[in-house]
Design a protein around this ligand. Sequence first.
Ligand SMILES: [Zn+2]
Ligand SMILES: [Zn+2]
Length: 135
Amino acid sequence: MKNRYSGSCLCGEVRFSVSGFSQQAANCHCSMCRKFHGAAFGTLVGVQDLTWLSGESQLREYAAPNGTVRSFCGYCGSSLGFRAKDMPRNQMELAIAAFDDEIPVRIDAQIYTKYKAVWCELYGDVPVFKEGREP
Ligand SMILES: [Zn+2]
Ligand SMILES: [Zn+2]
């Protein structure tokens, strides 16, 4: 039974590991996620016990006008993390695509689909929300 899961950016400067994941992970189709990830959607997951194995000093941050902060590698630009306004850095959510290990995460929602790209097809078997998850 594995107890740590590792990930890294494209150039390998930034490496991290975590001990577990939140139950929820959504594909977010909002325009900020699309642009930050350079992709049809972004998928971030809450993690437990985030540890930077290397390259923490290479992390760069972008604070959006709404106060949300996105972290990326300063060398290769890989999109790595997201956190809400005023959250400490080590409580950021991580981009699931940056993990190198297989991770026990299942996509359980498709959110902000009102803003999705017309060329992007939604998954048929995962709940869809026009905005955020309903409470
Ligand atoms: Zn990098
Ligand atoms: Zn989003």
